[in-house]
Each structure stands twice: as structure tokens, then as C-alpha cells.
Write a protein that binds this ligand. Structure first.
Ligand code: NAI
Ligand code: MG
Length: 353
């Protein structure tokens, strides 16, 4: 439509957050300018930067801007500098996720064709691995009632129909986008919550006859992820299993600096962020890998805004730069954060010319 504006709230955060965010947003600005996508970027302090500016990791103005945005892009937050703060930077992150009602976390992980040598897995096993973990974020053990005494402790695991249905829909929709299948991971041979999970996932699957569904126990899935990762497309799983499996998967591509993620709620803005933290050990040195932030920016275009072709252009440019041999320190090279980002934009420009 005419004069249509898409409001993107940018939260660089602290540590390497601002460095990688700067490279990613520059790529989006370039695409928006060229194709007149109408993306408008608004930066707000968050995490350590929020504490420094307003004494609060999630200042009221930042939260308000996020709530009223079309998408949120986050760098990273956290670090020893704010260990003694009344509210640590990570408290702001939890608060923001909860305020936006984010219940689904999407973490893609892949071995880029031609870059199998990055993977800790043998090339014969790593080849073709391309997996999306869809993790439920608001239920299960992490949010159940807890008891603790000197000699006894308990954590309650609960799931409701509504919680399972809505995350299952997200997984099937993503499988449709990727054109393949869902593997639902549970422990239905033991857990009541998993039995409910499996039954409801089957029901939701009936509405997606074009997507294949299979089920796997979590212990078997853990083995298959390192022995035959190519068998998976979308993994749908609950909170605790998803936490563990998505971290396990994050290493198959070679560096956590390469990976992006998305989180979504029922409605309202989605949030996009690289999976890595604020890496205080390398902050300010211009050596962080911006690839995960750039991949998150591509997810913002694809999942957040439905701009498939523009997302593909950005992903292709990023991959081509890696295939050409550019490497930041985490991958054993000497590219800087800013030179790597500039190379991605040069590749993009070649495609725009
Ligand atoms: P981290 O991901 O920040 O760093 C782990 C290791 O990976 C470090 O050696 C770091 O230098 C390296 N690394 C991370 N990202 C990199 C990149 N893009 N390029 C090159 N190397 C990279 O995890 P860590 O050290 O456990 O946490 C540091 C802080 O970040 C903590 O305060 C933690 O709470 C916070 N954190 C924040 C997250 C977020 O903002 N979403 C997620 C995870 C941790
Ligand atoms: Mg984790």
C-alpha cells in the first residue's frame, strides 16, 4: 500500500549486541531503501544499556515502543558489569518476552553446503543437515509449582490443550513454509504430559495433510541429531526438551555466532535475535561474528514480514561471503565484525545492480 510504514524496534543491548546489530540493521536498511520496503527503525536502550541510561533493563519507553512495533530486533544483553544491579540485564529479557506473550521459539540450525568442515560432525554425517527446532516457551517444568525443603524438592510439569495446540500450529505452519515434515519429540512412553502432547499434535496434524508427521522419543532424538541430523526438518517439542535439543543442535554448524532465532506470540510483534549472548570477553573489539544477527534479520524479513525473496537475497549474500572464505575469529579467521558485515552488503549490492 501507499506510504505503508513497518515499525521495527531495534534493541542493540550491550556487550557485542550493538556491534552485531549495527551490521544486521545496515543490511535491512539497504534492502528497504532499494526496494522501498518502508522499514522504519527505532533504537531503544535495553539490558545493560537500559540500566546505564534509565536504571532499568527494560525502561517503560522501550517496552511501550516494542508493544507498538511490527517487529523487535534484539542484539544481546548481560555481563559482569551489571552483576550488582538491582535488576540484571537478563531480567529485562525475561520481562520483555513475557510482556510480548512469546510462546514459541524458532531456532534453525544448518550445515551450509560447502562449509561442512565447520561442523564438529564428520562431513558424511553433517552433509545436508538443516533443522528448525520449534520450542514451547511458557509451559512445562520451568513454570510449574515448585517445592523445596532440606530433604525434598519437586517441580511440576503441566501442559494444557491450548498450550499444545498453539505451538503445534506454529510448527506445522513452519513445515509448510519449508515444504517438508514435522517430528514431534516427547517421552510419551513415560510422561502423562507427553501422552497429551502426542494426542493433540495428531489432531492438529489432521489440518495439515500436506505436512508429514512422525514422533520420536527425546532420548532417541538426542542420538539421531548427532548420527543422522539429515533425517529431521522441523522438530516440535516442549520447553525443557527444546532447551536441551536446540543447544545440542546449535553446534552442528560450527559456531553459535552463525545462528539466528525468532520468537512469536499469539498476535503482536515477533522478536528476532541471534542465539549467542553478549560475549563480554570480546565486546568492543570488533571481532564478533555478525552472521547470527544477519541471519536473524533475514528471519525478520521471512517470518516477520513475509518478504521471502528479500530474505533469500540476504541469506544468499551471507552464505556467499562465507563460501568466499571470509571468517571471523570464532571460525579461525581474521575478518572483523564490521568488515564481514561490509562484505555481506557488497554481495547484496552486486545482486541489486
Ligand atoms: P555468550 O554466547 O555470550 O558467549 C559464549 C562464548 O561464545 C564466548 O566465548 C563468546 O566470546 C563466544 N561468542 C558468542 N557470540 C559470539 C559471536 N557472535 N562471535 C564470536 N564469538 C561469540 O554466552 P555466555 O558467555 O554464557 O554469556 C555472556 C552473557 O550473555 C551472560 O550475561 C548471559 O546471561 C548473556 N546471554 C544473553 C543472551 C541473550 O541476550 N539472548 C543469550 C545467552 C546469554
Ligand atoms: Mg539453553
Amino acid at each position: 500500500g501507499q506510504d505503508q510504514v513497518t515499525r521495527i524496534v531495534v534493541l542493540p543491548g550491550d556487550g557485542i549486541g550493538p556491534e552485531v546489530t549495527n551490521e544486521a540493521i545496515s543490511c535491512l536498511e539497504m534492502l528497504s531503501d532499494h526496494f522501498e520496503l518502508g522499514l522504519r527503525f527505532e533504537e531503544h536502550p535495553f539490558g545493560g544499556a537500559g540500566i546505564d541510561a534509565h536504571g532499568d533493563p527494560l525502561p517503560e519507553t522501550t517496552l511501550h515502543a516494542c508493544r507498538n512495533s511490527d517487529a523487535v530486533f534484539l542484539g544481546a544483553v548481560g555481563g559482569p558489569k551489571w552483576d550488582k544491579a538491582e535488576k540484571r540485564p537478563e531480567v529485562g529479557l525475561l520481562g520483555l518476552r513475557s510482556a510480548l506473550g512469546l510462546f514459541a521459539n524458532l531456532r534453525p540450525s544448518r550445515v551450509i553446503p560447502g562449509l561442512e568442515s565447520f561442523s564438529p560432525l564428520k562431513a558424511s554425517i553433517a552433509t545436508g543437515a538443516d533443522v528448525l527446532v520449534v520450542r514451547e516457551l511458557t509451559g512445562g517444568l520451568y513454570f510449574g509449582e515448585r517445592t523445596q525443603s532440606d530433604d525434598f524438592a519437586s517441580d511440576l510439569c503441566t501442559y494444557s490443550r491450548v498450550e499444545v495446540e498453539r505451538i503445534a500450529h506454529v510448527a506445522f505452519q513452519e513445515a509448510r513454509r519449508r515444504g517438508s515434515k514435522v517430528t514431534s519429540v516427547d517421552k510419551a512412553n513415560v510422561l502423562a504430559t507427553s501422552k497429551l502432547w502426542r494426542r493433540i499434535v495428531e489432531e492438529v496434524a489432521a489440518g495439515y495433510p500436506d505436512v508429514t508427521l512422525d514422533h520420536m522419543y527425546v532420548d532417541a532424538a538426542a542420538m539421531a541429531l548427532v548420527s543422522a541430523p539429515g533425517r529431521f526438518d522441523v522438530i516440535l517439542t516442549e520447553n525443557l526438551f527444546g532447551d536441551i535439543l536446540s543447544d545440542q543442535l546449535s553446534v552442528i554448524g560450527g559456531s553459535i555466532g552463525l545462528l539466528g532465532s525468532a520468537s512469536r506470540g499469539a498476535d503482536g510483534p515477533m522478536m528476532f535475535e541471534p542465539i549467542h549472548g553478549s560475549a563480554p570477553d570480546i565486546a568492543g573489539l570488533d571481532i564478533a561474528n555478525p552472521a547470527g544477527a544477519i541471519a536473524s534479520a533475514a528471519m525478520l524479513l521471512e517470518i516477520g514480514l513475509g518478504l521471502h525473496e528479500h530474505a533469500a537475497m540476504l541469506n544468499n549474500a551471507l552464505e556467499q561471503v562465507l563460501l568466499d572464505g571470509a571468517r571471523t575469529a570464532d571460525l579461525g579467521g581474521d575478518s572483523t565484525c564490521s568488515s564481514f558485515g561490509a562484505q555481506v552488503r557488497e554481495k547484496l549490492q552486486e545482486r541489486l545492480d
